[in-house]
Design a protein around this ligand. Structure first.
Ligand code: SF4
Ligand code: SF4
Length: 404
């Protein structure tokens, strides 16, 4: 038997769980349930089970009649499988008629699963790796700039410079996964061509902590946040730009909350910065005759509310025809690569990605463009596996291509 710590949930979250009308809209809208078809995955099931755990533990009519019955270890194990086979895409919040803020509740539920010791063991490795190496892949963090080694125009001595206007926060995935080095390479190409005084933190860039936060290990992310904020403040730059939507969201929305203070500099996603430079006339883009479809990354769209900036950037390229997939903007399907789901269940990630890829293929687009290195990685892998001829690119890469 396990006793749940309900104080981890706010009164508002407990009220929202109680407000679920069991309409089942979220069951139809959940991309992981669509693939795995296991009841414990559905948002409805997670809310119903958790509510019954709480009632069995704390009261309610049945508890009064039959006595208090906390969840068994088997109940918790099954619940945990559902909690981690979720990409935290937030689509369930959008389709829910009573607007239950599901994503935050799912993260709080994972925190409780960590407290119960019921979570995928790989997350212990992640926590230890980040504590020791400060990046998700466990490599020497001094290698963070490895992607810049064979640039046509070498960056020179820009790491940690003190006269920068902008800090470019590259993020773990596009710093260490060769398949997406193109994102960082394109973005520094654009910054250099525009003459922006920018810097990177190099080995002083630590993982933003997002993977730990969403695994339910937010406590362990705090040290990473403190280090990163101090490192950026030390540069004196007034703006931080991230190409990764999860890093962006963590910097813009989580760090001020975790640290309980303003950062002292502004935070932008790369697509917002590109959009501003295009509006200012700073970026000149050459024609690119291409049919493009745009995949909304969950952490940029539903989690951060940024839908228009990337579309304006794509449309600003002369000759580009932007076509939408069947599900787009708030209703966009997930690529499968979010929520640490790939670590918990790589097969599920692949199945979700396949469905999204099919929507992109149906548009007849030559380019599947996203604004996230992880979406690019997941969708490119799906395209290779399914032998679908579509080029996956980040918005920064598309823009850089139009600048050649
Ligand atoms: S966040 Fe996404 S994957 Fe998770 S339950 Fe909601 S719809 Fe399903
Ligand atoms: S859509 Fe909302 S109200 Fe309906 S079952 Fe799902 S969580 Fe409950």
């Amino acid at each position: 038997m396990s006793t749940l710590n309900l104080s981890r949930f706010s009164a508002w979250q407990l009220m929202q769980m109680d407000a679920c009308t069991r309409c089942g809209e979220c069951v139809q809208g959940c991309p992981t349930f669509a693939e795995a078809q296991r009841d414990e995955i559905t948002p409805l099931s997670k809310l119903t089970r958790f509510r019954s755990f709480a009632k069995g533990q704390h009261g309610g009519l049945l508890a009064r009649l039959f006595g208090h019955r906390p969840p068994t270890d088997a109940d918790i194990r099954l619940f945990s499988r559902g909690a981690y086979d979720c990409t935290l895409c937030g689509r369930c919040r959008v389709v829910c008629p009573v607007h239950i803020e599901t994503r935050d509740i799912w993260i709080a539920m994972r925190e409780e699963m960590v407290a119960q010791g019921a979570y995928p063991p790989l997350f212990d490795t992640l926590r230890a790796t980040l504590a020791e190496k400060h990046n998700i892949v466990g490599e020497d963090n001094a290698q963070r700039m490895v992607w810049s080694e064979n640039l046509e125009a070498p960056l020179g001595d820009i790491v940690g410079r003190r006269d920068a206007e902008v800090v470019y926060f590259a993020g773990c995935v596009s710093s260490f996964y060769p398949a997406v080095y193109g994102v960082t390479q394109a973005f520094v190409g654009i910054l250099s061509r525009l003459g922006v005084r920018f810097t990177l933190l190099g080995g002083d860039e630590w993982c933003c902590g997002f993977p730990l936060h969403i695994a339910g290990m937010g406590d362990a992310a705090l040290e990473l946040a403190r280090h990163n904020v101090e490192a950026v403040r030390a540069t004196g730059a007034k703006r931080l730009v991230a190409t990764c939507p999860s890093c962006y969201h963590t910097w813009a929305h989580e760090y001020p909350r975790w640290l309980g203070e303003p950062l002292g500099f502004e935070v932008r996603h790369a697509t917002q910065a590109l959009d501003e430079w295009i509006a200012d006339g700073a970026l000149s883009l050459k024609p690119l005759e291409a049919k493009v479809t745009y995949h909304d990354p969950c952490d940029l769209g539903r989690t951060s509310g940024i839908y228009d900036a990337p579309r304006r950037v794509i449309r600003a390229i002369p000759g580009v025809a932007l076509v939408e997939m069947e599900d787009h903007h708030e209703r966009a399907l997930c690529c499968g690569g979010g929520g640490d789901a790939e670590m918990a269940n790589a097969e599920l990630t692949a199945a979700v990605a396949k469905r999204r890829l099919a929507q992109a293929q149906a548009t007849g687009a030559e380019y599947l463009v996203s604004a996230c290195q992880q979406c690019k990685r997941t969708l490119a892998t799906a395209a290779r596996r399914e032998k679908v001829r579509i080029r996956t690119l980040d918005v920064a890469e598309l823009v850089w291509q139009a600048m050649q």
